[in-house]
Every structure is written in structure tokens, then in C-alpha cells.
Ligand binder design. Structure first.
Ligand code: SF4
Ligand code: SF4
Length: 70
């Protein structure tokens, strides 16, 4: 899944993601929504600041943040 944002492209490898929700808990901008019913979704991708917190916290190395070149 690739989601375009103003500062970054969020890439989640759903083959690696085990839907634990940790990324949603630790993202300071609340870019993700997570529930047992709906799973993980990127809901505010344009507000991603490319801080890499979700990448660091994901235990399954399922997230990549591709920074925009400015
Ligand atoms: S890089 Fe930072 S702001 Fe962007 S989704 Fe991950 S934790 Fe949230
Ligand atoms: S932290 Fe990683 S494994 Fe857990 S829901 Fe987020 S992307 Fe999936």
C-alpha cells in the first residue's frame, strides 16, 4: 500500500504487518487508525512529518517512509 503525503510516502508491507497497532499508538501525528475490526489504515497521510517513529517502533519492519526530495 502506498499513500502519498506532503512530506513522505508511507509504504506498509501487509505481508509483514501482523496488525498489532503499535505504529498507531506511537505516531505523534495520529496518521494511522487501528481497530480489531478494521485493521490498520492510513487516515491522515498528508500530515506525516516523516519522523520515522512508526518505522522504529514496528516490530515486524513492515513500514517504510520514503522522504520527499525538496
Ligand atoms: S513517520 Fe512519524 S508522523 Fe509519519 S506516520 Fe510515522 S510516526 Fe507518524
Ligand atoms: S507496528 Fe508494524 S506490524 Fe504493527 S500494525 Fe503497525 S505496521 Fe503492522
Amino acid at each position: 500500500m502506498r499513500q502519498k503525503s506532503s512530506m513522505a510516502t508511507i509504504v506498509i508491507d501487509h505481508k509483514l504487518c501482523k496488525k498489532c497497532g503499535i505504529c498507531a499508538v506511537f505516531c505523534p501525528k495520529k496518521i494511522y487508525s487501528f481497530s480489531a475490526l478494521d485493521g490498520l489504515k492510513v487516515v491522515k497521510e498528508k500530515e506525516c512529518t516523516a519522523c520515522d517513529m512508526c518505522v522504529i517502533m514496528c516490530p515486524d519492519f513492515a513500514i517504510k517512509i520514503l522522504k520527499e526530495k525538496v
